[in-house]
Design a protein around this ligand. Structure first.
Ligand code: PHE
Length: 424
């Protein structure tokens, strides 16, 4: 790989992995799924699935990338030999995730701009115009520019500005809403645990999928970011730090959103519309709402941009495996995703493009990502655990022999249980 295709320090890697992890998944998805599954009960299931499966899977992905130190497909070929074709699955996932993720990020940008002027339309009205589509195109342009600049000049600089700002803005927002009347109910909802419900396989699989999605594990991102590491030192610390920061961000978002939900007597279980339809109205109504609302959308846009940058990096790295330079590889990627992107953008526009009776973007989200992500992650991690000959040794030397053994055994023997869980 090129000499500037690596992180300049361990901190930069942590910031990039955290930037990838924190995104729409924390602010939009976590609260609505937690709302559907009873608040505190979901949080306990989430933390359990995170520690049991997702952190070991993440360890496997990062250490494989760090050992391969090569562009995506070439890297997998180095480790898996003739089984390298397994890497098509995560690559395909990113090919679908990227266009839909960037489309939604464009809506956030549209809401940011229109909330500054105090004229944010409700979502059902916004789809009758081209504002959302324009936002999506702009979001794509911004991410493409960062990606074209490369690892150190593009991705690192972006994360260095965005990551600290996210936490400052989120804490500011939370502090501002905590004076509202719904605060204590919100805390109660998020800490109430129904132990009996923890045996519900649907809850467990929802928690597993959310933890995977939120930490960007299982779709090749951690493999790609791991391949830019020069040293493998303190990987366990880095992984723990990313997981703690990501979980803290999801919990802060939930506190913010449920405080608004309970202050304005809404239902916590409204599903995916939770932030896009209801939040803009409520946040605007509390003191300083006219400042807090654009701040919220700006925060969300920045968070999602650092995530989108990580998804396109898998695609760029994949194409660079063919020997192309970054700029050319990026053009190939943009041409490759264009059809999916246009289809995703048109699904919530005056055209209202549908597939099998549902907006195309819902099809991408629910069918391909919702059902595909856990299967793709499990397949990729199992392939690495069983077919990467050096996996056991690499694990012991990267982590301690103790953690190495635990992680290796989990990825090799216990992870397949998640497939059974999905069949229940
Ligand atoms: N982790 C990101 C989030 O929480 C989403 C994401 C998932 C990004 C998978 C890339 C790949 O928003």
């Amino acid at each position: 790989m090129n000499s500037d295709e690596h992180w300049s320090s361990r901190l930069m890697f942590i910031l990039a992995a955290t930037g990838s992890a924190i995104g729409l998944g924390n602010v939009w998805r976590f609260p609505y799924v937690a709302g559907l599954y009873g608040g505190g009960t979901f949080i306990i299931a989430y933390i359990g699935m995170l520690i049991l499966f997702v952190i070991p899977g993440m360890a496997m992905e990062i250490s494989a990338g760090a050992e391969a130190k090569d562009h995506f497909f070439k890297g997998f070929k180095k480790l898996l030999g003739k089984f390298w074709f397994v890497s098509f699955l995560p690559f395909f996932m990113c090919l679908i995730i990227f266009p839909y993720y960037i489309t939604i990020n464009g809506w956030v940008l549209f809401y940011f701009v229109s909330s500054i002027s105090g004229s944010a339309p409700v979502f059902t009205e916004a789809v009758n115009g081209w504002g959302l589509a324009l936002g999506s195109i702009l979001a794509l342009v911004i991410v493409s520019i960062v990606s074209a600049m490369g690892i150190q000049r593009g991705i690192e600089k972006l994360n260095l500005c965005v990551a600290p700002m996210l936490f400052i803005a989120m804490i500011f927002l939370v502090v501002n809403v905590m004076g509202s009347s719904g605060a204590s109910k919100s805390i109660e909802f998020l800490t109430k645990v129904d132990l009996g419900a923890l045996a519900n396989p649907q809850l467990l699989i929802a928690a597993f999928t959310q933890a995977l999605f939120s930490l960007s594990v299982g779709v090749g991102i951690m493999f790609t970011y791991g391949s830019y590491l020069t040293k493998k030192s303190k990987l366990l610390n880095s992984i723990t730090e990313v997981a703690v920061l990501d979980t803290a961000f999801s919990l802060l978002s939930s506190l913010l959103i449920f405080t608004l939900v309970f202050t304005f007597a809404m239902s916590p279980a409204t599903g995916p519309a939770l932030i896009f339809e209801t939040l803009p109205n409520t946040l605007g109504l509390i003191p300083f709402g006219n400042i807090l609302l654009p701040l919220f959308f700006l925060l969300l846009f920045c968070a999602a941009t650092t995530s989108a940058v990580s998804v396109i990096e898998v695609l760029v790295s994949g194409v660079m495996s063919l020997g192309l330079k970054r700029g050319k590889a990026l053009s190939v990627v943009l041409a490759g995703i264009s059809v999916f992107f246009i289809a995703a953008v048109l699904s919530y526009s005056p055209v209202g493009l549908k597939i099998f009776g549902m907006p195309v973007i819902n099809f991408f989200d629910e069918i391909i990502v919702g059902h595909g992500a856990p299967i793709v992650m499990t397949t990729m991690v199992l392939a690495l655990a069983w077919k990467w000959k050096n996996a056991g040794r690499a694990f012991s030397s990267t982590f301690s022999p103790f953690f190495g053994k635990i992680f290796y055994s989990i990825t090799k023997y216990i992870l397949p249980l998640t497939i059974l869980l999905q069949m229940l």
